[in-house]
Design a protein around this ligand. Structure first.
Ligand code: FCB
Length: 444
């Protein structure tokens, strides 16, 4: 089996951006130097996190950021995508935590010095708990609080940032956090999901205005996650259920942004589940974006269970799966990108996350994560295929730089191309990181 990664010709151009990605709560630790976030609170509730862990130490990145940036540099990537912890910036009394801001300014300064582009995500799920206490994303005011926070950050960062993403995967915040409750803040009511997403999308739109005003040179957009759906059989019922799943899980998030409207299905959902949409909201939400970030991990097959919601089937037993139990299905990424291209007038696309968890072990100083190398190869090839068929894709980021806190699943799922020993905090490049570096070095 090969432990090399080979870049297709689509990736050889020096305008294509390769990077690695992380997020604040998943790696930072140092919780005592910031406000509490909804994930801190969620982790305290028994049974919510599979291994009973929390983000208190995580990868201790707040103390080890210099070493982590040196690792990033050694990989020869063009860019680093990371997120800002809102509770590290704005205190409960509304004042600025200068120390928090300085932490990110130091990172940005060092990235600049190394010639690595900073891709900054303004919200990767760690809402300040003091805002959740006021209703969190079910409260329209949270969108305006986000706007204020973004203003502070963007004014301070100036032109150190190459690209901003307003939100990461608002689907997860709204649906997992407020509708099914498996993510923080752990609220679980069917009627909450669509209300929460409206306020998140409004926050995105308000932040876009701030970005245009204070960071006119930055590339600004949003990161969405997509699951391409496939019917479990040839029946008309399963085809219908598949279309429904697509509307609820994908279209609901992208259509308001690119078209200024919710899917027509909004008229069919119960009144009590509908968000309150103020006049002008959809105009705010649908301002032009410079790029669309696409996160892709796997596909899902759908079976009808009418009149109930469609059922998403587990990965077929015969398929290759990752440690998450997710099917390895690179064709899904090509299919997804082509479908987006058919359905919308798209801005340039960046693959802002792609990767897998595997059962990695450090043996004699080496982590031989061949499945990850294979996965990255087949998914990069899938991106190249979509490009060959005309989709404008300008970047690809591996999730993740480091093994880290994988939300409700804790630390057992290892997504990094760099192995983290959580007892010593020692970092070791996995073979996938070495393969990635060598592939990047092979570019002309
Ligand atoms: C995405 C998240 C990211 C990470 C990966 C595995 O949904 O954006 O933080 O957890 O999944």
């Amino acid at each position: 089996m090969s432990n090399r990664l080979i870049l297709k010709k689509q990736f050889q151009s020096n305008t294509f951006t390769f990077g690695v990605a992380t997020s604040s709560f998943q790696i930072e630790g140092a919780v005592e130097s910031r406000e509490e976030s909804i994930w801190d609170r969620f982790c305290q509730q028994p049974g919510k996190i599979l291994d009973g862990s929390n983000g208190n130490e995580a990868c201790d990145h707040v103390n080890r950021w210099q070493e982590d940036l040196d690792i990033i540099d050694s990989l020869h990537v063009d860019a680093y995508r990371f997120s800002i912890s809102w509770p590290r910036i704005i205190r409960a009394d509304g004042s600025l935590n200068q120390q928090g801001l300085d932490f990110y300014l130091a990172i940005l300064g060092k990235l600049k010095a190394k010639g690595i582009k900073a891709y900054v995500t303004l919200y990767h799920w760690d809402l300040p708990q003091y805002l959740e206490d006021e209703g969190g994303w079910l409260n329209r005011d949270t969108a305006y609080a986000f706007k204020q926070y973004v203003e502070v950050v963007v004014k301070a960062f100036g032109d150190l940032v190459y690209s901003y993403a307003t939100l990461n995967e608002p689907f997860c915040s709204a649906y997992l956090g407020y509708e099914v409750g498996i993510h923080a803040p752990g609220k679980a009511k069917k009627e909450y999901g669509k209300k929460a997403i409206h306020h998140l999308l409004l926050a995105h739109g308000l932040a876009m205005k701030v970005l245009r005003q204070h960071a006119p040179k930055a590339e600004s957009g949003i990161v969405l996650n997509f699951t391409p759906f496939y019917p479990a059989s040839n029946s008309e019922e399963d085809a219908h259920a598949t279309r429904l799943a697509h509307v609820h899980f994908n279209d609901w998030y992208i259509r308001p942004i690119l078209e200024g409207e919710y899917p027509a299905l909004i008229d069919d959902i119960p009144e009590s589940h509908r968000p309150i949409i103020a006049p002008g909201d959809l105009d705010i939400i649908s301002q032009p974006i410079d790029y669309l970030g696409v996160n892709y991990y796997t596909r899902a097959r759908v079976k009808s269970d009418a009149p109930r919601d469609p059922i998403l089937l587990p990965a077929p037993e015969t398929s290759e799966q990752t440690a998450m139990g997710w099917e390895v299905y690179p064709q899904g990424l090509t299919d997804l990108l082509l479908q987006l291209e058919r359905d919308f007038r798209l801005p340039p696309i960046i693959i802002t996350e792609n990767g897998l968890a595997s059962d990695d072990h450090l043996v004699d100083g080496e982590v031989n994560d061949l499945q990850r190398i294979r996965y990255l190869q087949s998914h990069m090839d899938a991106v190249a295929e979509a490009m060959a068929q005309g989709v404008n894709i300008t970047g690809y980021f591996v999730w993740s730089l480091l093994d880290n806190f994988e939300w409700a699943l804790g630390y057992e799922k290892r997504f990094g191309i760099v192995y983290v020993d959580y007892t010593t905090q020692k970092r070791t490049l996995k073979n996938s990181a070495i393969a990635f570096r060598n592939a990047l070095l092979s570019r002309q």
